[in-house]
Design a protein around this ligand. Structure first.
Ligand code: MV4
Length: 714
């Protein structure tokens, strides 16, 4: 057997990733780097998802609801068998902590990349986990986690511990079935309501009791164990910044952590892992008192969402470690080879509406920009521009992970990176994240798990009106955008005698004065923009006596010979006077090929990304985002009129397609019928033209904002 000629077969040739979104992409990334083949799985909602595109192979596993696809254990195992994958990585969530699934993988001869079914099982119940940890000598919060569930007995235990106490569901998680009880008088009612909630959530109303710790920190230790019995910890993460038990920010290391406490918590975490013969990646959660005392909370038997902050401070790839350990290799490093370098922060960017109770915000990501990835900045995402955030899955858009030499450097870079993150199409928590990271108390590391609740008022600052110059940018954008579209149209008409090629200043569709009205979320603002003069391609002057401010006069490229995209040669930037909020601004500008707007306003160069979202303009400038609703001015819907694309106004199902490709239609002709929310909507031709392409058929589902068909002139 162990002949000198035998070659150890360790790393897998091919693995299946039983997950979706950013974590599936994350796992595929490492597998590729290691030369391991990848099989993605996808539901009907994820046919074109990023993780499917990244993988070597992909297997369809059923309808969008997770229970019919990503939670359907048999389908996943069958997909692994059929594709020849030797192992399954479960990611996080879904089946990652399902002992039955781990067992079924083993039964099918497939390696489950994670701990044994028994280890998963033993941490599944809070009370059972506490019993195991108590025996292993891990510190527990004083309390009761036994079988006697009688109310009178519980009350007696509560009085022994001393109020306030906390009731927790034994089967619990995510804060459900949890109650703080401040006195004996409240006990009976609190117990009853906690039991009711636990029964509904877990079909199990057994409770445990703990001393309630005021203002604790949530600090967790990353551990790793191999099949040879080696175990290390990869230091801690502080995940105290949570909202309703949903983590918002995670950092490594934990601010204020001493070497003594770190070492004691690391040892305790390793003992916890050894107590259940753990293998692979795991996390031991503690709550930590302000005096530094720490207590075991629970153990997560999977890779966690926030693992990248540990990767940044250790320089390791935890997915690589998972694959190596699951394949039977020894841990790649021993404890004394591990060290902390710098500081890392993860911010979870969610599609949710902070102004509406953080409700998930679904829809199409019409515009999506992330900061460039560098050695300091990492973006883990499962979506691209144009993808949708649906009701079926977690509304996470991306995790922004930032590294700095120290915490201050890290937070500064995190704010800078959030300022470069642009999302249009769904509401996000980006501004909220900025508020938290900018908060004085957070910056001073003066926080605990109650931070967000306590500082709520500061974290939702009152909305301020959009500055005049931003309103000016909006008006300038509209004028430039329309001129650019008109120019494109003329250029593509291939008519050499078109007045578009003239450079004498004649310009159709470009009014000399235009008035806009915008709503900035606080109120309505009026803007007036006047064409004050025109530069020429020689850059010699602007043919007007309305001189701009001296600073602007210092010849800038904008005022000379720059052509706008799709424009005839020699078409020069115009100068404008903008009146907004009682202010007069001299401005000129240019739309770049990438859609951004470069403007000079009163001599200062500005660069903004402007995105149209239905009747809104979203302006990203210097890390700030402004959302303006156009109430009037700027003509009809620019997209539909000028580009010929017909956009679906809402998500729905195509009921009937009346038009055919190549068909000539008259303005007002019915092109197709869409059903949304049980109401039929007729899409009609906005003008005469020819149907060049139809992207959908009857029965197809469409998101809002997608192009339904292309209508060309004649
Ligand atoms: C606690 C606690 C205070 N005292 N236990 C919340 C979810 C669960 N994982 C543990 N939780 C808590 N348990 C005692 N004895 C405070 C919390 C808690 C919390 C813990 C970690 C992160 C955020 C939290 C937010 C509120 C309450």
């Amino acid at each position: 057997m162990n002949s000198v000629f035998s070659v150890a077969k360790l790393m897998f040739d091919k693995i299946l990733i039983a997950n979706r979104g950013e974590i599936a992409c994350r796992i595929i990334h490492t597998a590729k780097r290691l030369g391991v083949g990848t099989v993605a799985v996808y539901s009907e909602a994820d046919v074109n998802a990023r993780h499917v595109n990244l993988a070597d192979e992909a297997v369809a596993i059923g309808p969008a609801p997770a229970r019919d696809s990503y939670l359907a254990a048999e389908k996943l195992i069958r997909a692994a068998e059929r594709s020849g994958a030797e192992a399954i990585h479960p990611g996080y969530g879904f089946l990652s902590e399902n002992a039955g699934f781990a067992e079924a993988c083993g039964g099918a001869g497939i390696t489950f990349i994670g701990p044994s079914p028994r280890a998963i099982e033993s941490m599944g119940s809070k009370s059972a986990a506490k019993t195991i940890m108590q025996q292993a000598g891990i510190p527990l919060v004083p309390g009761y986690h036994g079988d006697n569930q009688e109310e009178a007995f519980f009350l007696g235990e509560a009085e022994k511990i001393g109020f306030p106490v906390m009731l927790k569901a034994s089967a619990g998680g995510g804060g459900r079935g949890m109650r703080v009880v401040n006195s004996a008088a409240e006990f009976s009612e609190a117990l009853r309501s906690a039991k009711r909630e636990a029964l509904g959530a877990f079909n199990d109303d057994r409770m445990l009791l703990e001393k309630y710790l005021e203002q604790p920190r949530h600090i967790e230790i990353q551990i790793f164990c191999d099949q040879q019995g080696n175990a290390v910890h990869l230091f801690e993460r502080d995940c105290s910044i949570q909202r309703r038990h949903q983590k918002v920010l995670e950092e490594a290391s934990a601010p204020g952590m001493t070497d003594e406490t770190r070492s004691a918590m690391g040892d305790a975490a390793i003992s916890a892992a050894r107590a259940i013969d753990y293998t692979g990646a795991g996390t031991v959660e503690f709550i930590v008192n302000s005096d530094g005392a720490f207590y075991f909370m629970e153990m997560n038997t999977r890779l966690q969402v926030e693992h990248p902050v540990t990767e940044f401070i250790t320089g390791l790839d935890l997915v690589e470690w998972q694959l190596r350990v699951a394949a039977g290799e020894r841990l790649p490093a021993s404890q004394d080879q591990l060290a902390i370098n710098g500081h890392a922060l993860e911010a979870r960017i969610y599609a949710e509406d902070p102004d509406n109770g953080f409700l998930p915000s679904t829809g199409s990501l019409r515009h999506l920009r992330f900061p460039a990835e560098t050695s300091n900045v990492r973006v883990d995402t499962g979506v691209r521009e144009g993808d949708s955030i649906s009701v079926h899955y977690d509304p996470l858009i991306a995790k922004l992970i930032v590294w700095g030499n120290d915490r201050g450097d890290c937070l500064r870079r995190a704010l800078e990176s959030l300022g470069r993150t642009q999302v249009v199409g769904v509401m996000t928590n980006i501004d909220f994240l900025v508020s938290v990271i900018s908060h004085e108390a957070y910056r001073a590391a003066d926080f605990d798990t109650g931070f967000i609740e306590r500082h709520n008022v500061d974290l939702f600052p009152e909305k301020t009106p959009a500055p005049s110059d931003v309103l000016g940018l909006a008006a300038l954008y509209h004028v430039l955008r329309r001129a650019s579209l008109a120019a494109q149209k003329a250029a593509s008409s291939a008519d050499p005698t078109s007045p578009w090629w003239a450079t004498d200043g004649w310009r159709p569709n470009l009014v000399e004065e235009e008035r806009f009205s915008f709503h900035d979320g606080t109120g309505e603002s009026k803007v007036c923009i006047i064409r004050a003069g025109r530069g020429n391609h020689a850059g010699a002057g602007r043919g007007t006596d309305l001189s701009p401010s001296p600073a602007e006069n210092n010849s800038t490229p904008l005022l000379s010979s720059h052509n706008m995209p799709g424009q005839a040669p020699g078409y020069a930037a115009d100068a404008y006077i903008i009146r907004a909020g009682g202010q007069l601004i001299y401005a000129s500008g240019r739309l770049e090929a990438d859609g951004s707007l470069t403007a000079i306003m009163d001599g200062t160069q500005r660069r903004a990304d402007v995105v149209e979202d239905h009747d809104h303009l979203v302006i990203f400038e210097a890390g700030n985002t402004f959302r303006l609703k156009r109430l009037s001015g700027g003509g009809d819907s620019i997209d539909e009129e000028a580009t010929g694309n017909l956009i679906s106004p809402m998500p729905g199902t195509i009921i009937e397609v009346m038009a055919g490709e190549g068909q000539q239609v008259r303005k007002g002709d019915t092109l197709l019928v869409l059903e949304a929310m049980k109401i039929e909507h007729t899409i009609v031709a906005p003008r005469d033209g020819t149907v060049q392409a139809i992207h959908y058929r009857a029965g197809d589902m469409v998101e809002d904002g997608v192009e339904l068909l292309v209508l060309t002139d004649k």
